[in-house]
Design a protein around this ligand. Structure first.
Ligand code: PSV
Ligand code: MN
Length: 386
């Protein structure tokens, strides 16, 4: 197989998971802007996600967020998804929206609050049993705002204890993905602020505990691809929450702020053998001012473009230049791949998959946006936090 054919074959196997919350209304702490046609139910979110998969061919699963996507019958929801050609993906827990969590959840000083948080996580594993989901995604808003507010070491002990209980509940083939975030909502200390802390906890827990890299959760200037390379090397990269940031946790479309960074990350993924189903490629985005479904399609396409460029890196030429200490030559190999216009290649890939080569145009022509705007009238629109 030529290198191009191999790249095409790999691109056809790509899977990008879309987040249920990206289909709902979102905003900032200043304003949530409502949009016409936004889903009112988890089922309607799945209807929209099915369109993204229909037009891109590479978005077969949808992440749920509990309690935002709470339903009475999760097995029925999984069936609903399958009837529409998609599947339910990671279950995202939420231990940040109750008044009880003012001082934290799993790290809270009060054991009763910790119990409540861990019970929620255990409930999420029950949901995974019903949906057939493999991954439990854990992000904790836990931390402190003021020096001295709590014992930061004791908080680590509480975290370890809670995580161990949930780990013990994981079934065959299930995993927990521990997500880190530098700051926010806590402003002084965060209990899982970085990949090192997440990795240390995962290492103690065992192989079913993996680190998830949310691209928006780093300090400016952080070399994320190095973190990716390291976690892959250690067998602990469970997945990504893709999005873009200019300033902090902006949750903009992946590849919008820094497509070169996304390429560098995807190159390390490919280089490190991470382009497999063992690594979950998820979006974690909020489309506050732009139309949601086209923005999600655009995001999936941005991931495809970065992946295609990463797959096109001439690895043997690169290795040769690196061995020879040819600094400029090695850099040129990487830049050649990055500067390749892969859009014609991806159009071909889509045509070979029986898809329209232009997913955004195909979506626009489908009339789905007009249909949902006309039909989804009344009821409570889904929104961040609802
Ligand atoms: C936290 O900022 C986070 O990235 C976590 O993944 C949450 O589950 C998600 O955002 C909620 O949008
Ligand atoms: Mn995230």
């Amino acid at each position: 197989m030529t290198e191009l054919a191999a790249a095409k074959a790999a691109l056809k196997t790509q899977a990008v998971e879309t987040p249920s919350w990206a289909y709902g209304n979102s905003g900032t702490r200043f304003k949530v802007f409502a949009q016409a046609g936004v889903p009112r139910t988890p089922q309607e979110k799945l209807d929209d996600a099915a369109r993204v998969h229909e037009f891109t061919g590479v978005a077969p699963t949808v992440a749920l967020h509990i309690p935002w996507d709470r339903v009475d019958d999760y097995a029925a929801l999984a069936e609903y998804a399958e009837d529409r050609g998609v599947r339910l993906g990671a279950i995202n827990s939420n231990t940040f929206q109750d008044d009880d969590y003012r001082l934290g959840s799993i790290c809270h000083p009060d054991p009763a609050v910790r119990r409540k948080a861990v019970d929620h996580l255990l409930e999420c594993v029950d949901i995974m049993d019903a949906t057939g989901s493999r991954d439990l995604k854990l992000w904790f808003a836990d931390g402190t705002n003021y020096p001295g507010q709590d014992d930061v070491r004791a908080r680590q002990d509480r975290l370890a204890e809670g995580l161990a209980e949930v780990y013990g509940r994981l079934g065959e083939g299930q995993r927990m993905l521990l997500e880190y975030k530098l700051f926010e909502p806590a402003f002084y200390t965060t209990d899982v602020p970085d990949w090192g802390t997440a990795y240390a906890h995962c290492l103690k827990l065992g192989p079913k505990a993996q680190v998830v890299v949310d691209t928006g959760h780093h300090a400016p200037g952080t070399n994320i691809e190095f973190i990716v390379a390291t976690l892959l090397r250690e067998g602990r990269l469970g997945g990504f929450d893709f999005n873009s940031r200019f300033y902090a946790d902006d949750d903009l479309m992946v590849g919008a702020a820094d497509p070169f960074q996304l390429f560098r990350i995807m190159y390390e993924v490919v280089r490190g053998g991470g382009f497999t189903p063992e690594v979950a490629f998820m979006l974690d985005q909020c489309h506050n001012i732009e139309a949601k479904i086209p923005a999600i399609i655009r995001s999936v396409m941005n991931v495809q473009e970065a992946t295609a460029k990463a797959l096109l890196v001439d690895r043997s030429a690169l290795a040769g230049a690196q061995r020879a200490g040819d600094v400029l030559g090695a850099n040129a190999v990487l830049m050649d791949a990055y500067n390749t216009d892969v859009r014609p290649l991806l159009r071909e890939v889509r045509e070979e998959m029986g898809l329209d080569p232009d997913p955004l145009a195909a979506y626009r022509r489908s009339g789905w946006a007009e249909k949902i705007a006309a039909e989804r009238v009344g009821g409570q629109q889904a929104g961040w936090g609802a």
